[in-house]
Structures are given as C-alpha cells and as structure tokens.
Design a protein around this ligand. Sequence first.
Ligand code: AMP
Length: 114
Amino acid sequence: MPEKTLFERIADREIPADLIWEDDLCIAFRDINPQAPTHVLVVPRKPIPSLDDLSEEDGPIVGHLFLVAKTIAKKEGLSNGYRTVFNCGSDALQTVPHIHLHLLGGRKLGWPPG
Ligand code: AMP
C-alpha cells in the first residue's frame, strides 16, 4: 500500500481538521492557514496527486468538487462572490500532492494572483 497523503489521513480522522463537509466522493475542511475569511479545501477521497494526473474517468469527481464548493459558498454567505483554485505543480506553489479545490471568499480578492 502506498503511504497515505496528508488529506487521506484527515479523511480517515488520523489528523484533526475542521471538517465541514463529507460525502461518498469528497470531504471539505477549513484551511489551517487561511488566506481569506472563508478558506476551505474541497478534497476528493481518491488521492489524485494533481490536475496533471486527472484522467477522463475523474471528470465526475472534479465536477462534484465544484458543486460542493458552490454549496459551501452559499452556506458561508458568500453572496458577493468567491474564488475557486486548483494549484498545480511547483510554479503554482502546490504543496500537498493530493488534488484539492481551494474555496476563498469573504473579502475582495486581488487579481492577478501573486
Ligand atoms: P496547495 O499549496 O495548493 O497545495 O494548498 C495546500 C493547502 O493545505 C495550504 O493552503 C495549507 O495551508 C493547507 N494545509 C496544509 N496542512 C493542513 C492541515 N493539516 N489542515 C488544513 N489545511 C492544511
């Protein structure tokens, strides 16, 4: 068995996190180092390392992550808007090799990102 990723360990309750969503396909929890008043990570249970590793069969999982992000944005009251981000690879500063959708909101976000 390959070693579990950090986010698999959170899903398996081996590492504590502020979990706010759980279903058959994904979990969502608050980022430990939030960059906005709402900063949630939506993470598939399947440990796909990065966007580069997605295959056709993962399409429904990725679609589901966005639908969950939209639902959480509504629950969090982000009626003025929000941003969703997949960082991919070192130039994008991806640090955890288990694909995750950032949901950021609750303040005016800058563009372009740094
Ligand atoms: P990325 O840089 O796109 O790979 O994002 C990884 C994110 O995971 C960062 O925003 C980190 O703050 C966050 N993170 C790392 N460890 C934890 C943890 N134990 N619980 C919650 N968020 C974490």
